[in-house]
Design a protein around this ligand. Structure first.
Ligand code: ARG
Length: 581
């Protein structure tokens, strides 16, 4: 059930019936103030204008044609130029009754969509451990993968790990030249040590030109399959993948080793691609480098510059790999849609890659390629979220802190909880909280991370939703089974119930919008509104104590459906619920 698209289709039909020309999408929105109607037709003016007709006359035609529609109670023209739409309560009752079954989940699912969607997310650099900067891509990308799957897309998760760049040349050079470490010792090195060495190597590259040269040489050697470099590389990668898998598991992220198609995967494609681009006169040689001169790409001085694909020492660059990757995703993975969850700083890079791939016909125009970029996680002072001393915070540390804080909160409410339950519950709550705090923010803007808001029972937080869920479960406990069996149909007895039911029916249109835009925060906003509307209802009206059996069953059924939606909603976002808190 998608009310919005149903209304749109019906209004379109009614326009066609009246021979009205339609040159635009019919825009219908939810009304902010429900007293004025549940929905509103917004572009009456431009449609009437296009047809040289007054909006009043057009609205009369639409309203007349729509009068026989079961879903509509009434439609009212409103000045300056809207039509307000009121839904019919009998139709709502029937729709909710239809929805009521054990398989609510499948009723919201849509299995028609068989398109292939490649989702590039998480994709950390393999010379470092994951830090808070990886949270957004990992969490939003994963939620989108689940949403798209729910909508029937064939989702191909791609963890494009950074395992083929100059960071490895630096690491190898430092391990060999400065640390003088033997390869056999590498397996005893921790990922923290690797990261430290990488940072030191980076600093040395800036200070010392010879070291930079050596690093570049090692990058090229690695890329040309030098056995010594390859062995070191392999060990570091293995170590890091193992660490990252622990984080994914803890965070309930659906990535595993089968989703790793990292930079190095494309190594054998690179020489041919360079040759092909030269042959097609897209790439040229300049100062012994291979570049693609793109007119609208300028350096800081405003001079046109090119995208470097291969350096004169033979090493391939990030852009070359992403071009090969785009080609592979189109040709081999048969992608219809490719979504990149990468931060906004790589906007230019992806634009260039897409442009070159299109020029070379490595990807069809028909494929939807979208960069779903996101803002940064900031502290209260609007600065990047870091430790007090300005260091990056490891993702694992953030997760552990959240679990610890959740434990304190749980213990405050229930001192007697068993150790096992405490651990289980603190993971559900603590991990849900950091994920939700990230997912609930508008994807494209920066947001401020504040522990107090993250783990609060008030406001748009996972704790609030999880808590509302437990409240409904405790109501349902008493009458749960009889309720499921009862054949009573839903009977709406007041406007609050009506609004709750409409809200329930809007779930699918929200899922649809979230899947189209890759914006999970729309789902968060929705389940938060649903939970608050329910809490308000729960405070104001009796559910179990009401004498009228029909009303009681209706309210229980509504409660049941809402509990299901809250659970499905959180699960789609990769967050778990608990029956008691
Ligand atoms: N490894 C990159 C980074 O850490 C992100 C890779 C994103 N995906 C891609 N196809 N370029 O910034």
């Amino acid at each position: 059930m998608n009310i919005l698209s149903k209304l749109r289709k019906k209004i379109k039909k009614s326009l066609i019936k009246s021979k009205i020309l339609i040159n635009q999408k019919i825009i219908i929105q939810k009304n902010k103030n429900e007293k004025n109607g549940h929905y509103q037709l917004n572009n009456l003016y431009s449609i009437s204008n296009f047809n040289n007709m007054s909006p009043e006359i057009l609205s009369k035609k639409i309203i007349k044609n729509m009068s026989s529609q079961k879903m509509i109670q009434k439609m009212v023209f409103s000045k300056p130029c809207f039509i307000n739409i009121f839904l019919n309560s009998v139709w709502i009752e029937q729709s909710i009754t239809n929805l009521f079954s054990n398989k609510i989940k499948t009723k919201f699912k849509c299995n028609k969509n068989k398109k292939n969607v490649v989702i590039d997310y998480s994709s950390p650099n393999m010379a470092k451990s994951m830090h808070v900067g990886h949270l957004r891509s990992t969490v939003i990308g994963d939620a989108t993968a689940r949403i798209m799957e729910f909508f029937g897309y064939n989702v191909i998760r791609c963890n494009h790990i950074g395992d083929w760049g100059n960071q490895f040349g630096m690491l190898i050079a430092y391990l060999k030249k400065v640390k003088k470490i033997k390869i056999s010792k590498i397996k005893n090195i921790s990922i923290d040590q690797i990261e430290k060495i990488y940072c030191q190597a980076k600093t040395l590259c800036i200070k010392n030109k010879d070291f930079l040269k050596k690093s570049d040489e090692y990058t090229a050697k690695l890329q040309q399959n030098n056995q010594y470099c390859y062995n070191i590389w392999k060990k570091i990668i293995k170590l890091n993948i193992k660490e990252n898998n622990k984080i994914y598991k803890l965070l309930n992220i659906s990535l595993n080793n089968t989703h790793i198609i990292g930079e190095s995967f494309y190594k054998n494609m690179l020489p041919n691609i360079i040759q092909d681009l030269i042959q097609k006169k897209i790439a040229i040689q300049k100062n012994h480098n291979i570049i693609v001169p793109l007119k609208n790409i300028k350096n800081r001085k405003g001079k046109t510059m090119g995208v470097v694909l291969k350096k004169k020492n033979g090493s391939f660059l990030y852009s070359a790999i992403d071009i090969a990757c785009m080609k592979y995703r189109y040709e081999k993975l048969k992608a219809n849609i490719i979504l990149y969850y990468i931060d906004s700083r790589q906007k230019q890079h992806l634009k260039q890659v897409y442009k070159i791939s299109k020029l070379a016909r490595y990807i069809s125009q028909k494929v939807k390629v979208k960069h779903h970029m996101f803002g940064m996680m900031l502290n209260k002072k609007n600065k990047p979220f870091q430790t007090r001393s300005g260091k990056t915070i490891k993702l694992l540390e953030l997760i552990k802190e959240s679990i610890n804080r959740a434990q304190t909160i749980i213990l405050k409410k229930n001192e007697k909880i068993s150790k096992k339950n405490l651990l289980k519950l603190s993971k559900i709550i603590g991990i849900g909280a950091i994920k939700y705090s990230d997912l609930s923010k508008n994807r494209t803007t920066n947001y401020i991370f504040n522990w107090k808001n993250v783990l609060s029972f008030e406001g748009n937080t996972s704790l609030y939703i999880q808590y509302t869920y437990t409240r409904i479960i405790s109501i349902l406990k008493k009458d749960y089974k009889n309720l499921i069996k009862s054949n009573y149909t839903i009977k709406i007895s007041n406007n609050s119930e009506m609004l709750l039911c409409i809200k329930i029916l809007q779930f699918k249109e929200i899922l649809y919008q979230a899947s189209k835009k890759g914006e999970p925060h729309l789902i968060c906003n929705y389940i938060y509104e649903l939970a608050s509307k329910y809490s308000y209802f729960y405070e104001k009206y009796h559910i179990l104590k009401i004498k009228d059996k029909k009303i009681c069953i209706t309210r229980l059924k509504i409660s049941y459906i809402i509990s299901k939606i809250l659970k499905i909603g959180l699960n789609i976002l990769g967050i778990n619920v608990t029956k008691s808190m």
